[in-house]
Design a protein. Structure first.
Length: 277
């Protein structure tokens, strides 16, 4: 049996990477093209107009992969356009692991075994297969609507379809892109409450946002739940945030010293700490 440290942190890492891209649901009916007037109204919604530059919070993470669960506390730090870091502590006392998403690369540092892994987004199968890069990851953490082709979302609105279900409106990105994304927005509050989808490779993801509270002058979710279903894997990740702050800070990518050994990302995802190179 693996030790608690072998289960918690590699499992969290695997879950985050598996859940990193989201796409849109099949079988949506009564779609219609978003008209210019509707696009103008939608552009004013917080989820389409996030201006948060910095986000930091305490987080409680629960990850479940193929029925095996683990929970850890930690911290989230994000600076728009520069990177995001999610760290986990052991027994609530010391940082045990950190996974870092930078504009052009992913880094994971596992302090308990003093190993780390670096990979471009194209080197992480789940991200490469779904065309997921840093911009999409950042948008997911910021509870923001995004366009998979990288265009500003307000510019892409008139190329989207919409479904009006009374209390909610769902925006669906162009089906000309191999991955189609949908975003469900509550009309009364303007909050983005759900992101759903299908990957071109057959995987599906549901992202749920709830427990909204005032943050930086707008409503922001303190609870993010992601559920991924792939051909051979089922995984979920629950992030409960507290103490949210938007204070400016200097983002510094993590560094490792000579005491650390480089390991393959596959080895770390499988919790194999003795596979260092």
């Amino acid at each position: 049996m693996r030790t608690a440290s072998k289960i918690i942190f590699p499992t969290l890492m695997a879950a985050v990477l598996l859940l990193a891209g989201c796409t849109a649901p099949k079988g949506i009916v009564k779609e219609k093209q978003v008209e210019s007037a509707t696009a103008a109204a939608l552009s004013a919604l917080p989820s389409l107009n996030r201006n948060v530059e910095c986000l930091s919070a305490n987080v409680r993470m629960t990850a479940t992969v193929d029925g095996e669960s683990a929970t850890a506390k930690g911290k989230l730090r994000l600076k728009r356009g520069e990177g995001a870091q999610i760290s986990a502590t052991a027994m609530g006392l010391m940082e045990a692991a950190c996974f870092e998403f930078l504009p052009h690369a992913v880094r994971f540092i596992y302090k308990i075994d003093k190993i780390y892994a670096d990979a471009p987004y194209s080197g992480v199968p789940f991200l490469q297969q779904t065309g997921t890069g840093y911009d999409i990851l950042e948008a997911l953490l910021l509870n923001a609507v995004f366009s998979p082709d990288g265009r500003p979302v307000r510019e892409a609105l008139t190329g989207m379809a919409s479904v009006d279900s009374g209390e909610y409106i769902t925006l669906i990105t162009s089906r000309q892109h191999p991955n189609v994304y949908s975003f469900t927005i509550e009309k009364r509050t303007g909050n983005l409450v759900r992101c759903e989808g299908d990957y071109a490779n057959g995987g599906t993801l549901v992202c749920r946002y709830s427990d909204f509270a005032s943050f930086d002058g707008v409503a922001f979710p303190s609870l993010v739940e992601l559920q991924f279903n792939g051909e051979d894997t089922e995984a979920s990740l629950l992030l409960r945030m507290s103490g949210l702050k938007s204070s400016e800070f200097k983002f510094s990518p993590r560094r490792v010293n000579d005491a650390y050994s480089r390991a393959s990302l596959e080895a770390i995802l499988n919790g194999v700490g003795n596979s260092a190179e």
